[in-house]
Design a protein around this ligand. Structure first.
Ligand code: ACM
Length: 266
């Protein structure tokens, strides 16, 4: 299976420009799955909750999800992409999964980072695992990486591939995702963005790039630098089914959840 990610610097507020740029890249590639960054259509640094809500779109009937669905159909591929979602008066930092047969599902970011707490409502859909043809994928968004429970829940739910749209600012995630892959025996695709976003009203943020694909044994199959572009890799999702670490260790069956209650009720 061939998978890819598109790393770029979205132009803040230029939704049509950002969507058409990503779609043009997707249509040029021959991949089974393409992952785009978090908030790839709007950019990141909102001035207020009101501004985020104005730019957010309903899913699946909004412009961005419709354009991604058209692209998925045309390219015969699956796409995971991060975007701001509007539902009534609430705004979520969401990701959609679309495929050749249309819209499949959404995930709403559960762990909001820093000022995102002012702009978005925390996700309320838990951590769904979706069918992608014969494969199963889960999605988490950027700062969710810091909470190992997320990747664990997705893997226990059967996810073979974790798609991870991101707008990373801190330098730790890329290393941490290697551990997420090893401790769950899943493939992790982190599609980060690049560039410095400057807003007169609220300062500036620099994003770290270094998007990567990590195999189920923790091997880094590709790591970008800070360049714009698509990178691709071949993966074998069936490798994620064998959770044996040694002859006598199965990383899922060896868990002792009866001793883990402290992390689920505090
Ligand atoms: C982040 O969660 N966008 C850092």
């Amino acid at each position: 299976m061939k998978v890819g990610l598109f790393q770029f610097a979205p132009q803040f507020g230029e939704i049509e420009y950002n969507v058409s740029k990503a779609v043009n890249h997707i249509l040029k590639e021959d991949v089974d799955l393409m992952v785009l960054p978090e908030l790839f259509n709007t950019g990141y640094l909102f001035a207020s909750a009101e501004e985020a809500l104005v730019m957010a779109e309903p899913i699946p009937e909004g412009y961005t999800t419709k354009e991604l669905t058209k692209a998925a159909r045309k390219a015969g591929t699956f796409i995971v992409a991060g975007l701001a979602e509007r539902e009534a008066d609430k705004c979520y930092n969401s990701a959609v999964l679309v495929g050749p047969d249309g819209f499949i599902g959404r995930y709403r970011k559960v762990h909001l980072f820093d000022k995102e707490k002012f702009w978005f409502t925390p996700g309320n859909l838990s951590f769904p695992v979706f069918n992608m043809g014969r494969n199963k994928i889960g999605t988490m968004i950027c700062f969710d990486w810091l909470f190992p429970e997320v990747a664990r829940i997705l893997a226990l739910g059967g996810a073979e591939i974790i798609c991870h749209p991101a707008n990373l600012i801190l330098p730790f995630c890329q290393d941490a995702m290697v551990t997420r892959a090893i401790e769950n025996r899943v493939i992790c695709i982190t599609a980060n963005r690049i560039g410095i976003e400057r807003r007169n009203s609220c300062g500036e943020i620099e994003f770290t790039g270094m998007s990567q694909i990590v195999d189920a044994d923790g091997k880094i199959l590709l790591k970008m630098s800070k360049e714009e572009g698509v990178s691709t890799a071949f993966i074998d999702p069936s490798k994620t089914h064998n959770k044996h670490l040694t002859k006598h260790n199965d990383i899922f069956r060896d868990r002792r959840p009866e001793f883990y209650k402290a992390i689920s009720c505090k």
